[in-house]
Design a protein around this ligand. Structure first.
Ligand SMILES: [Zn+2]
Length: 229
């Protein structure tokens, strides 16, 4: 029988016949954007499958290509970052191991807030769910209820909704069509321009960068104590 190896695609999603390319998360591990399974790859031989799932926070970094497949290995039950020494070489063992992996972990609430806003106001889904999350984080991005002492807030608020529209329609190119003042330009440089080269090559990472941009703008509007400029 052919030995199973890791070549960059999520082994859990592959079992249900979905090819999902794994991505670097902010902790520099590979994580599946669909089921959040995490893998540590040593770059040489082994791909360690963790028991704990990731938090769906991705880094703006391209996934490497694995010319040589890496061998799957189990994580230790107590010390999730270490291998227990067992290899997973066939589909049955892999499926049994993956069935034991912990369910999904919680996501960043600001990301959930944005997604629930888009669902409610762009896709006619539940308003109730949006307001539930909005209450939970204490921010309502449909309202201009922010600190009025912060002069750029109205304009930033318009910018926020412009970026949300770009995010919803996957319009990364259109991002540059908003007339940016200096504070918006600062944010844009920090979240987008700095990663331009990588972003031009990868649509998934464009989406991640747009999400980061939205979260930074929300923080600038609704949490003025965190504003540095
Ligand atoms: Zn997956």
């Amino acid at each position: 029988m052919k030995t199973l190896t890791f070549k960059g695609y999520c082994p859990s999603c592959q079992l249900s016949i979905n090819s999902v390319l794994m991505r670097y998360n902010v902790a520099n591990e590979l994580e599946c954007p669909s089921c959040n399974l995490r893998i540590y790859e040593d770059g040489k031989k082994l791909a360690l499958i963790h028991h704990n799932r990731g938090k769906n926070e991705f880094a703006l970094k391209l996934t490497p290509t694995f010319n040589q497949g890496l061998y799957y290995t189990e994580a230790d039950l107590l010390y999730d970052t270490y291998s227990n020494g067992s290899l997973l070489t066939n589909k049955e063992d892999l499926a049994d191991y993956i069935a034991e992996i912990h369910p999904k972990t919680s996501r960043n609430l600001l990301h959930v807030l944005v997604d629930s806003y888009i669902a409610a106001f762009y896709q006619d889904k539940s308003l109730e769910y949006y307001y539930l999350i909005s209450d939970l984080v204490g921010i309502d991005i449909s309202q201009t209820m922010f600190n009025t002492e912060h002069k750029t807030s109205i304009y930033l608020f318009q910018y926020l909704h412009f970026v949300i529209e770009c995010y919803d329609t996957n319009d990364f190119e259109g991002l540059e069509n908003f007339p940016m003042n200096s504070s918006i330009l600062d944010i844009y440089e920090q979240e987008i321009s700095n990663y331009k080269e990588v972003l031009e090559q990868d649509i998934f990472l464009q989406k991640v960068a747009l999400q980061n941009l939205i979260v930074t703008v929300i923080k600038n509007i609704y949490m003025p104590t965190e504003v540095t400029k």
